[in-house]
Design a protein around this ligand. Structure first.
Ligand SMILES: C[S@@+](CC[C@H](N)C(=O)[O-])C[C@H]1O[C@@H](n2cnc3c(N)ncnc32)[C@H](O)[C@@H]1O
Length: 281
């Protein structure tokens, strides 16, 4: 079988399984199997495949048919300007989360060495992207999941930042070290009703620990806001990703805890996604 024939078979199969981007996913899978760029495949469609590669291709295709996200099958996802290893222990980095990077960079002058804390680091995509942009800064990254933290550590090594980030496997409730200039967090914020309505790709494959914010979705947002008040320096910034219908309740919790609200930033589809606030006292 040649590239063109296997791509056609793969695309038809994924179309029938109602996968959203059947062509792209099939090309990416073939690219992983034969370790060649998509462009190279598309320029050499008459090349023949080895039997062992056809078997590999079918296995990966079957995983995608079962709605496993393509980022887990490929083992990576691009975020901001870099490639991050991903597996089922971590949330797949989302484009909307790049908003945290854009906002955080505004508070991290290029020549200053600020202290950053990332609560719920997952793959480490936020903290690693920030330190790549601001090499004078240092950071701590926490996660309650040891498996997630191991992925974050591997990603830090891959980007030569293992000596700049202190990774700690801990529940944010128990963390005590303070004096941070900036805290960033994309905590789990989906409520139990919405959790059941998520696409199968997310619901059955991404870690519940990274998605579920308790019955009302605010369990971890509240924890992060309350705890950050203790961990931030006076005038330190908290940059928080929220669900698009959570703005008012989050602003209420921030106000109750005496934060100054700087502004709310919208995501690529115009939804409220990120709150930037300051610890005043
Ligand atoms: C929504 S994911 C975000 C991952 C990554 N920061 C990103 O933006 O792609 C939330 C992360 O918080 C971690 N987490 C959940 N509850 C936590 C807690 N109580 N303390 C520390 N980390 C927690 C989860 O394991 C998960 O990795």
């Amino acid at each position: 079988m040649n590239y063109s024939q296997i791509l056609k078979k793969g695309e038809d199969f994924l179309k029938k399984s109602k996968i959203k981007n059947p062509n792209l996913d099939t090309e990416l899978i073939l690219s992983k199997v034969i370790n060649k760029k998509r462009e190279e495949i598309l320029l050499n469609t008459n090349n023949k495949l080895k039997i062992k590669d056809i078997i590999k291709f079918k296995n990966y295709l079957m995983r995608r048919h079962q709605k496993e996200p393509i980022a887990y099958i490929l083992g990576y996802k691009y975020f901001w300007k870099h490639k991050f290893l991903t597996n089922k222990s971590v949330l797949i980095p989302r484009p909307d989360t790049e908003l945290i990077i854009e906002e955080a960079l505004k508070y991290l002058p290029i020549d200053k060495s600020k202290k950053i804390l990332d609560i719920g680091t997952g793959s480490g995509c936020i903290v690693i992207s920030l330190l790549k942009e601001r090499p004078n800064c240092s950071a701590t990254a926490l996660d309650i999941s040891l498996k997630a933290l191991n992925v974050a550590k591997t990603n830090a090594k891959l980007h030569h930042l293992e000596n700049k980030i202190n990774f700690i496997n801990i529940d944010i409730d128990k963390y005590k070290s303070c004096n941070y200039d900036l805290i960033i967090s994309n905590p789990p914020y989906i409520n139990s009703i919405e959790l059941n309505r998520l696409d199968d790709d997310i619901k059955f494959h991404e870690p519940k620990l990274a998605l579920s914010g308790g019955s009302d979705g605010y369990r971890d947002l509240k924890k992060v806001i309350i705890k950050s008040k203790k961990l931030l320096k006076i005038n330190g910034k908290l940059i928080l990703e929220i669900g698009h219908r959570q703005k008012n309740q989050c602003l209420k919790i921030l106000n109750e805890n005496s934060y100054y609200i700087n502004y709310i930033s919208k995501d690529l589809s115009g939804k409220d996604r990120c709150i930037i606030s300051t610890k005043l006292q």
